[in-house]
Write a protein that binds this ligand. Structure first.
Ligand SMILES: NC(=O)c1ccc[n+]([C@@H]2O[C@H](COP(=O)([O-])OP(=O)(O)OC[C@H]3O[C@@H](n4cnc5c(N)ncnc54)[C@H](O)[C@@H]3O)[C@@H](O)[C@H]2O)c1
Length: 396
């Protein structure tokens, strides 16, 4: 069989534990037999991050900037226990944080929908993608407890002193910030992603109450939309609109899905967990980092599934869900194909996604999904990690 040819590489970021085992198997069984894969490989497994003093993570992020498309396996973010376990010289930073700060991107998370696994909100029959601004606000806040009460001010660089409150007795205060640059990057990433996926974009905040802070977000989004994206949106027949966060929540609950919901940092933190819960499983959530320049890094939203890895090392059978990792690969292959004008690569990516969903919908799935699956006439059968991949391969 002739394998599909590629023109430019995908940047491949390998990872840790059970997801690293699945990573290799997904390539061997589902990709390499069909695609003459061009990838530039970076090993972000913790031992290699330690050996290179984390330079490998920085190199990988710069390679994504160069080639435009990356795919990442889940990685360990070290804590004290991991420093001990892997004999690390330092508690290396989260690779996702490092990549995000180099690409200056926004993370979009979307559920993978399967016929037979119903969201708790029954009218959500298309995915809802959350775009969370991952900079500033309350996450970089400065707080104080003022036991004695009294006048508390913010002092501005122009010498102005703004009274926050003359506290009559003990109380708490908080100051937070954001920057025009970060908000603009967030806005451009959201508009680019909406154009790339041909979906409407909603943005919500509380500008009626926060007349300067949240209003600045609203104005920046509107200005960038008007000057840079309005024509593209109109040509695609998609829509951008701004609404208050409380109105957005009401509309989201009544909607059938199929759009991107851009949220400020705290709103995105809370709302993405609500969506993931309603759509069923963390193992069925994709995640893509999009930079304002239009670079893409695809990954699964879950971690390295440590508990399964230790079972695997003991020679025990595991049933680890590989769907989100497969969809990270298909996302990257389709994007590469789209950028390079390779229709056969795009088609292959869609075929692999369909084969994965068809496998589950016909009753073969990993054990985490068995209890969630209800479809008339189909009995759910839980299989092991590798049998699931082999079952998908039979449909390709
Ligand atoms: N994006 C990333 O690279 C990323 C994200 C989260 C956590 N992590 C890392 O992963 C490691 C484990 O963290 P954790 O346990 O908090 O998160 P995890 O996502 O690996 O596991 C959380 C829970 O969900 C289950 N689960 C997750 N994915 C599954 C799958 N594909 N199939 C079946 N069950 C699945 C696990 O068994 C566990 O009970 C940590 O070292 C953490 O730093 C990495």
């Amino acid at each position: 069989m002739n394998k599909i040819k590629m023109l430019n590489p995908i940047v491949e970021l390998d990872g840790d534990e059970m997801t690293r085992i699945l990573w290799q198997k997904i390539k061997d069984v589902l990709i390499l037999p069909y695609v003459d894969l061009k990838s530039e490989y970076y090993d972000l497994g913790l031992p290699e991050r330690e050996r290179t003093k984390d330079q490998v993570t920085i190199d990988a992020a710069n390679a994504i900037k160069k080639y435009g498309v990356g795919v990442k396996c889940a990685t360990i973010t070290p804590n004290a226990q991991r420093v001990e376990e892997y004999k690390l010289s330092q508690m290396w930073k989260s690779p996702n944080g490092t990549v995000r700060s180099i690409l200056d991107g926004t993370v979009f998370r979307a559920p993978i929908l399967v016929d037979g696994i119903k969201p708790l909100v029954s009218n959500w029959n298309k995915p809802i993608t959350i775009a969370r601004h991952a900079y500033g606000d309350v996450y970089a806040g400065v707080e104080a407890y003022v036991p004695e009460g009294g006048k508390v001010y913010i002092s501005l660089p122009n010498g102005e002193q703004k009274l926050i409150k003359d506290l009559p007795s003990a109380g708490i205060i908080q100051a937070m910030h954001n920057t025009d640059k970060s908000i603009s990057s967030f806005a451009r990433s959201c508009f680019n992603y909406a154009v790339s996926t041909k979906q409407d974009l909603w943005f919500s905040s509380k500008d009626t109450i926060s007349k300067i802070y949240d209003h600045r977000f609203k104005d920046i989004f509107q200005e960038i939309y008007q000057n840079e994206y309005k024509d593209k949106f109109e040509a695609l027949g998609i829509e951008y609109f701004y609404t208050l966060i409380d109105d957005a929540v009401a509309r989201v609950m009544r909607s059938s899905g199929g759009y991107i919901w851009a949220c400020k940092n705290y709103d995105g933190d809370v709302m993405s967990d609500m969506l993931a819960t309603s759509f069923g499983s963390l193992a069925m959530m994709t995640s893509v980092l999009v930079s304002p320049e239009g670079n893409y890094e695809f990954e699964a939203a879950h971690g390295t599934v440590t508990r399964h890895y230790y079972k695997h090392l003991k020679g025990e059978e595991t049933s680890t869900n590989s769907v989100a990792t497969i969809f990270a690969w298909t996302g990257a292959l389709a994007k590469r194909g789209q950028l390079d004008g390779l229709d056969d690569l795009v088609e292959f990516a869609h075929k692999l996604e369909k084969a994965t969903l068809d496998t589950i919908e016909s009753g073969t799935m990993t054990k985490d999904l068995v209890g969630l699956f209800h479809k008339d006439g189909v009995e759910a059968k839980g299989v092991n990690s590798f049998a699931f991949l082999e079952a998908i391969a039979q449909r390709l």
